[in-house]
Structures are given as structure tokens and as C-alpha cells.
Ligand binder design. Structure first.
Ligand code: GTP
Length: 373
């Protein structure tokens, strides 16, 4: 009765995508303060070196480090208090980059000697935006940053009568204004890659789901149900819990096809699959083995319970009304049931359930037969 017993590669039934989603959800709950924490830690360290070399006053160092700590703590608290969920971008990358860049510009304004640190650290701050922000947002931030920096240079230049230092400041501003567009272009590439990655992930998940389903009925396919049986076997051996297999066959399905056409036959297969999968427990698993044959795996169930389940399904299917589709009103099922014997192979279990089904057919169909375990 079963189409064949050819061994197929077993497929893991664990749901990696579910695991990934849980991991992703966990990650998205974690405070994402890398832009402030990483940039400000490194920047503070560089300020400390400036201070050690005598280029930075202790008060400015203390004020800058204090503000950096305040910002990191503030963003951390905002994440902990879930304030980030109120932002369109819950990673709060924009406010973090703006805060970091403003702090660095103020320090550069107060202590011109620290200016060599400005361009590299602004670029590092923007590199965080590359992964999380749109190109439009990056351009806006870059423009805002360049304007503020130019404003600082002009104010200071006016105070110092536009001397040689002013020219050096302008030079540095030009370097930054030429570097930022490169950063934005790179950001655009990263955005494209991210889009490609998420489209690929979506497709993979879709194909993964499709690969375990039967096209016509949407039930699990033969490969998946065999893999589930193998899992149930391992669990039964390890925990000594019973499980049963039912092989279900629609009686005289060839006649149904011959008398009503294949499309009507397909409708019966689909309708039966829908009804049967709604009538089983969540822990049970129904799959289409092929043609008009289905496998029902009943976990944590002994033979007596399985026969009861099978009988209920048989009666249920028998009372379905197919008058609109078929020349006859009802269909009937023959079902063979077998309980797993500890230590046996899945092929042997399937073969015993198949023998029980053969018996049901021999005894006149529309019945449940079983083999004692
Ligand atoms: N409509 C339709 N028919 C299919 C499909 N797959 C297989 N079949 C047909 O299902 C029929 C299965 O018939 P069998 O199981 O061999 O025999 P039966 O008529 O059911 O007789 P018993 O099993 O002895 O009661 C064959 O005629 C197949 O061509 C399908 O996807 N759609």
C-alpha cells in the first residue's frame, strides 16, 4: 500500500528560523548604544593622550569625559526604560550620532589642539549610521555636521582675525567635506547589501517552509513526516513513551477519479486534508505520503488510544458531504494502525501499519485495523 519504503535523507525538524527570530527579538531588546559608547570611549582615550602631552586642560578633559559618561548613561537608561520604542528608528542611531558629533565639535572649538582627532572620530561616528540609516538621513547628518563645523571655524576665525590657524581649520574642514560623501556612498552600498540579504533571508524561509509541505494539500510531505517519525523513535527510545502510526487510505479513489475527473479527486484530497488536520491534536502530525495515502503520527499515544483516534477520524470523514463534487455523497477511509516497538526501525513500523491497512482493505474497507504491538 505505501508507495515505497526507499530510504530518504533525514531532515532535521528543528526550526532554525524560529530560533533566529527569538535570538533577533532578544538582540533588539538589548540596548544598542554602540555609537555613543564605542566612539566616546575611544575619543575620551584620545583626549586623555592630548592631556598627557599637555595639549588639553584638565578642566576640559574632565568636562568632556563627564559629558561622555552622561551621554552613554542617558542612552542606556533610555533603552532600559524602553523610550527608544517611541522613535521611528528604535535603534536611536540619529540622536546618538548627533550627540557624539556635537560633543566633539564643542571640544574642538574650546581646544583647537584636539582638532586632529575630529575628522577620524566623526567618520567613525558616521560609520555606525552607515549600517542603520537611510542614505537621505546620512546626507542630512553630514550636511548638519559640516555646517556646524564651518560655523565654529568662522566664529573662531573672526575672533582671531582670520590668521594662519584659520586657514589650517578650513583645510581640515575641506578634508572632512570630501571624506563624508565617500562615507555616504559606502553607506549606500551597505544599504543595498542589507536589502539583498533580507530578501534572500525571506526567500530562504519561504523555501524552507515549502520544502516540508505537499504542494496539493499543504500537509507535511513524505520526507518531513518520515523525519518526524525518526525523531519520535529517538524520543520513544530515550524516554520510553509510546507512539503510533496510522496509514490512511481513501477507499476506491481510482473510481472517484474515473467517475468524477482528476480535478474532483484533487478537491477530495484537499478537503479531506483540511478536515483531518483540524480534527487532530496539536501534538499529532498528519502528512501526505503520496496519492490518496496519508500518514498520521500520534505522539505519546498507545495502540488503544491510536485506534480510538483513527476510528473517530474514519467516522468523521465518512459523514463529510461531497455531493456537490462527486456523483456519490460520501467517501470512506481504511486505516491501518501500529504502535512503535522499542528498538525497531521506522521502516518496520511503517510496514506493520501498512499490513494493518491491507487487512482493512481485505475485510471490506471503511474500517480501522491494527497489529498488536
Ligand atoms: N486526483 C488525484 N488523483 C491521484 C493523485 N495521486 C494519485 N492519484 C490517483 O489515486 C488513485 C489511487 O488508487 P489506489 O490507491 O491504487 O486504489 P484505490 O482506487 O484507492 O483502491 P483501494 O485503495 O484498494 O481502495 C490512482 O488512480 C492515482 O492515479 C492526485 O494528486 N490527485
Amino acid at each position: 500500500m505505501l508507495l515505497d519504503n526507499a530510504r530518504e535523507p533525514l531532515r532535521s525538524t528543528s526550526r532554525p528560523e524560529a530560533l533566529n527570530r527569538r535570538r533577533h527579538a532578544k538582540l533588539s531588546r538589548a540596548p544598542q548604544i554602540a555609537p555613543v559608547s564605542v566612539v566616546l570611549s575611544l575619543y575620551s582615550l584620545s583626549l586623555f593622550i592630548f592631556h598627557q602631552l599637555g595639549y588639553l586642560a584638565t578642566t576640559t578633559l574632565a568636562a568632556a569625559c563627564g559629558t561622555a559618561i552622561f551621554l552613554v548613561a542617558g542612552f542606556y537608561a533610555a533603552f532600559r526604560l524602553t523610550l527608544h520604542t517611541r522613535f521611528t528608528d528604535p535603534t536611536m542611531t540619529s540622536p546618538q550620532i548627533i550627540a557624539v558629533v556635537l560633543l566633539m565639535l564643542v571640544v574642538a572649538y574650546l581646544e583647537r589642539a584636539t582638532q586632529p582627532a575630529l575628522v577620524p572620530f566623526i567618520l567613525i561616528a558616521f560609520s555606525f549610521g552607515m549600517f542603520r540609516q537611510s542614505t537621505r538621513m546620512l546626507i542630512l547628518h553630514a550636511a548638519g555636521c559640516l555646517l556646524c563645523y564651518l560655523g565654529i571655524i568662522l566664529v573662531r576665525g573672526q575672533k582671531e582675525q582670520y590668521g594662519a590657524a584659520f586657514e589650517a581649520d578650513l583645510l581640515q574642514w575641506f578634508v572632512l567635506s570630501l571624506s563624508l560623501p565617500g562615507m555616504i556612498l559606502l553607506g549606500k552600498q551597505v544599504q543595498n547589501l542589507r536589502q539583498l540579504l533580507s530578501a534572500t533571508r525571506y526567500q530562504l524561509e519561504h523555501y524552507e517552509e515549502k520544502s516540508v509541505r505537499d504542494d496539493l494539500t499543504g500537509l507535511y510531505n513524505r520526507r518531513h513526516i518520515k523525519s518526524e517519525l525518526e525523531q519520535a523513535r529517538l524520543q520513544a527510545n530515550a524516554e520510553n513513551v509510546p507512539f503510533c502510526l496510522c496509514v490512511i487510505d481513501i477507499d476506491r479513489f481510482k473510481e472517484i477519479n474515473d467517475n468524477n475527473g482528476h480535478l474532483a479527486g484533487d478537491t477530495i484530497l484537499k478537503e479531506f486534508s483540511k478536515v483531518a488536520s483540524n480534527s487532530i491534536r496539536d501534538s499529532d502530525m498528519l502528512g501526505r505520503y503520496g496519492g490518496d495515502e496519508f500518514l498520521l503520527l500520534l505522539k505519546n499515544t498507545d495502540l488503544k488510544g491510536a485506534v480510538m483516534h483513527a476510528e473517530r477520524l474514519r467516522v468523521y470523514a465518512h459523514f463529510l458531504d461531497f455531493q456537490k463534487v462527486l456523483t456519490q455523497k460520501h467517501i470512506s477511509l481504511s486505516i491501518g494502525v501500529a504502535q512503535y516497538r522499542p528498538g525497531e526501525k521506522i521502516e518496520d513500523l511503517m510496514s506493520r501499519a501498512d499490513s494493518a491497512l491491507y487487512q482493512a482493505k481485505q475485510l471490506g474497507r471503511n474500517r480501522v485495523e491494527w497489529l498488536e504491538s
